[in-house]
Design a binder for this molecule. Structure first.
Ligand SMILES: *Cc1c(COP(=O)(O)O)cnc(C)c1O
Length: 362
């Protein structure tokens, strides 16, 4: 099967260098080799998240940690901030964990504003909230700094934040934000294969987790902390991922975080310009568009151009690229293009040329 270059919003394209690192010879996860590997990674992960807390490695996709955070940190009731498929699902997941949960739903395409969150938290019913920084299904980036400012008003409420498709694409300064959990899967902006998540917890989150009954074992935050202090993980990790992460962190720090953010901004702008230049408009509310992917409106109802999205995808696929045809209830009325990970202006050009060629035929 010829490889299709991935421009779907996860998993994204993985570099040869990362794959080579992934395939390093196996080592024991309780041996000095692994401890040394994690010890070298730790300060680099801390730099990535701008945190002094230990950064944990979970062999799971992001949902493992998303579910685990709810199990560890909700005693009373959780407020699930919902603005798209992933954030909406967190409400369902919270209930499946047996936790009292309430939805703060905004229309898909809108961001979550701190003001709306504040109104809910002020009721005093909640001891935790879930929030997705970059809602990948709608291409909306909610203002995380605003949420962080709100945390100061509610120090005892656990702010659990998903940065799955934003981490390394835009700044996420964990300590400065003051939030309690930040998590990301590695197959989005980090451009590693799927199967690993990285996350950090505030001291308050770790203290609260320690008082939580029935928090299970695999995603027990206290276990992660105890093990990370010894440069280990609670259970056998995907060691290939840890090697790949080590290689990727070197790439990221060599490029420089600021340069990486700026590169994502530029490649994202190319896609936005392509869309608007061809008569489309963007799905997100203006001012809240993601910088790691673009969710393009399709159809006259949006005031823009209409194309046959499956046909567009097929024509692009025939030229070697995979784009996404819209997620959940906005499938077909939107399509999405990722610029996450290693993409450069030069590497985006062939995709945009393929899209141009396809547009002539749809
Ligand atoms: C992809 C994604 C997830 C889920 O990741 P899994 O790897 O399927 O667990 C969660 N949140 C956001 C914002 C995502 O983009």
């Amino acid at each position: 099967m010829p490889h299709l270059k991935l421009h779907i919003p996860g998993p994204v394209e993985v570099s040869e260098k990362t794959f080579r690192a992934f395939c390093s010879p196996m080592i024991g996860h309780r041996g000095q080799g692994f401890k040394d590997l994690y010890a070298i990674l730790q300060p680099k992960l801390q730099a990535l998240l701008a945190t002094k807390q230990l950064v944990f490695l979970s062999t799971s996709s992001a949902w493992g940690v998303m579910e685990g955070a709810v199990r560890n940190l909700v005693h009373k009731k959780v407020l699930n901030c919902m603005c798209g498929a992933f954030s909406d699902k967190w409400f369902d997941v919270s209930k499946r964990c047996g936790k009292p949960a309430e939805a703060l739903q905004v229309p898909w395409g809108s961001p979550i504003r701190a003001e709306a969150v504040d109104r809910q938290l002020a009721t005093g019913q909640f001891d935790a909230l879930t929030y997705i920084h970059n809602e990948t299904s709608t291409g909306v980036m909610s203002p995380l700094t605003e949420l962080g400012a709100l945390k100061r008003k509610y120090p005892d409420i656990m702010f659990i934040v998903d940065c799955v498709s934003s981490l390394t694409g835009v700044p996420v300064a964990f300590d400065e934000l003051g939030i309690d959990v930040v998590l990301a899967g590695t197959q989005k902006a980090l451009a590693l294969p799927p199967g690993l998540a990285v996350f950090a917890c505030s001291a308050a989150a770790l203290a609260k987790a320690a008082t939580t009954k029935d928090r299970g074992y695999y995603f027990d935050l206290v276990e992660f902390q105890k093990n990370a202090e010894q440069h280990m993980t609670p259970s056998t990790p995907s060691i290939g991922h840890v090697y790949a992460l080590a290689s990727k962190l070197d790439d990221i720090l060599e490029e420089g975080l600021e340069a990486r953010f700026e590169r994502h901004r530029r490649t994202n702008q190319m896609v936005r310009d392509w869309a608007t230049g061809n008569g489309f408009n963007l799905f997100p509310e203006p001012g809240f568009e993601s910088r790691t992917l673009t969710c393009v409106n399709n159809g006259a109802r949006s005031g823009g151009r209409t194309v046959d999205v499956p046909k567009l995808q097929k024509l692009v696929k025939d030229q070697g690229f995979l784009i996404d045809g819209g997620y959940g209830k906005i499938k077909g009325s939107t399509f999405r293009i990722s610029n996450m990970g290693d993409e450069t202006e030069a590497s985006m050009l062939p995709l945009l040329a393929a899209l141009d060629a396809a547009l002539k035929q749809v």
